[in-house]
Ligand binder design. Structure first.
Ligand code: ASP
Length: 267
């Protein structure tokens, strides 16, 4: 199969406190898109890896350096990678660093505001959380990658959906690849990334599959409406970016070669 290379990245769903923050997110998403595109000729795996690693290094995003702090004020991160249905997690080659190097002044300030419950712009307005990328390459393979500092003020040791196959990410050459962001507990219960791709496999249109997978998150106690998002690429090259959070920053390179970087607002 010879497909046009496609790459979709997101910098998180949630809501932000200022236009300055939005500009920084968009700049980071655009740079990640460029990094992923530059690696795309090595295949979809290299593309999603390069894009996500770029966003991990970008300090405003909740992944890698700049991650949200857990209740104990430390950083602990989750990540996942999937390409081909039987090849799941890639951890080899991850560069080591001092945990303190991942903590930024911004993350510290948000952590302090949230701990104090001060009515600042960041309190009650979740950060744009998690970064992710999905890609389709010229060989017809798809890949998904995701990385996050997890929920702000999470309990130490808590693991969210992002490293869980089927919840935070799913990639299946027969249908497509999906990466989610939102409240991990609900995304894990619903298996949202896999659910979305399975809906496409069952004949539902890509846009409807994304909307339905997000809508199903609200059917349970602990309603998370307003806090989730996903990106999807199908093997046919359709791209969907959907969210029910107030905002989501994302970018994509589509089959026709068009390049878009956009701050999306709730539908
Ligand atoms: N899904 C991530 C988690 O629960 C955080 C997020 O995407 O907002 O750890």
């Amino acid at each position: 199969m010879n497909s046009p290379p496609i790459l979709v990245v997101h910098g998180g769903a949630g809501s932000l406190a200022s236009e300055a923050d939005r500009r920084q997110y968009l700049a980071g998403v655009g740079e990640a898109l460029d990094a992923g595109q530059a690696a795309h000729d090595q295949g979809c795996r290299a593309a999603v890896r390069a894009a996500v690693m770029h966003m991990e290094a970008h300090s405003i995003m909740n992944a890698g350096r700049g991650s949200s702090l857990a209740l104990d004020g430390l950083v602990s991160m989750d990540a996942g990678f999937m390409a081909e249905s039987d090849e799941l997690i890639e951890v080899a080659g991850a560069p080591l660093c001092e945990p303190a190097d991942l903590v930024t002044e911004r993350a510290r300030r948000l952590h302090a505001e949230r701990l104090a419950g001060e009515p600042g712009p960041s309190v009650g307005a979740p950060l744009l959380d998690t970064v992710g990328a999905v890609a389709l390459d010229a060989e017809g393979h798809v890949a998904a990658a995701v990385s996050t500092g997890g929920m702000s003020l999470k309990r130490p040791g808590r693991v969210g959906d992002s490293p869980i196959v089927g919840a935070g990410f799913w990639a299946d050459d027969a249908t497509g690849a999906c990466v989610t962001t939102g409240v991990g507990e609900a995304l894990m219960r619903q298996g949202t990334a896999r659910r979305c791709v399975q809906l496409v496999a069952s004949g539902v249109s890509a846009a409807e599959a994304a909307a339905q997978a997000l809508d199903e998150l609200i059917d349970y106690e602990g309603d998370v409406r307003g806090r989730s998002g996903l990106i999807l690429v199908t093997r046919e090259g359709e791209v969907v970016l959907d969210h029910n959070s107030p905002e989501m920053s994302a970018g994509w390179i589509a089959a026709e070669g068009g390049r878009e970087v956009a701050h999306l607002w709730c539908r």
